[in-house]
Design a protein around this ligand. Structure first.
Ligand SMILES: [Zn+2]
Length: 186
């Protein structure tokens, strides 16, 4: 069985948003820590920002070894934002740490699957039917949308689709769209 995204600790660019912002301004001595929860184990990971000639890095220490994660930035509609570059070269907003691992990598590298979040929480068959139905409808909608990006931006229609996806617990749709936008706009 594949490990589920939801069971991993997630390092989100949003978690260290302020420090990434400072990094874009090339401030010195940026460091901090994040609380890491893996299953029942709670601990902390120290991090600092290191500037390089080609890339800047988030150097994170979880366990014995340090991991250097490349950082890159992009100019999106709502202003600049930073991204992680996984060791597989994918540009991502989130890196994952499954239980019993100590390396932050993207969901592709860790071969993670998305849990049908809402299904597990609400066990009633009625709920199940409702949600499945909604997802199926969404999938059909997705197939009908030909243009998802226009002029470097998500189209209105696709944006609406993403909002519905969020509501239906299909976070993967938005994550993939954001990553795609990054590639197109960089
Ligand atoms: Zn990866």
């Amino acid at each position: 069985m594949r490990t589920l995204v939801e069971s991993c600790f997630i390092l989100d660019t949003k978690t260290i948003k302020k420090d990434l912002h400072l990094a874009r301004e090339r401030k010195s001595n940026i460091e901090g820590y994040i609380n890491v929860t893996q299953g029942n184990v709670k601990s902390a990971a120290d991090y600092r920002i290191e500037y390089g000639s080609e890339y800047d890095y988030l150097v994170i220490q979880y366990g014995e070894e340090e991991q250097k994660i490349r950082i890159t930035e992009s100019e999106l509609t709502y202003g600049p934002r930073s991204w992680f570059i996984c060791s597989c070269d994918r540009v991502v907003g989130k890196l994952y740490l499954p239980i019993n691992t100590n390396e932050f990598r993207c969901r592709h590298c860790h071969k993670l699957a998305y849990e049908l979040t809402t299904l597990n929480k609400k066990s009633k068959i009625g709920q199940y039917g409702y949600i499945t139905n909604r997802r199926l409808k969404l999938m059909n909608t997705r197939e009908k949308i030909r243009t998802i990006i226009y002029n470097g931006k998500l189209t209105e229609r696709f944006n609406r689709f993403l909002k519905l996806s969020d509501k239906a617990g299909l976070a993967s749709n938005r994550e993939e769209a954001e990553e795609l936008l990054f590639v197109i706009n960089s």
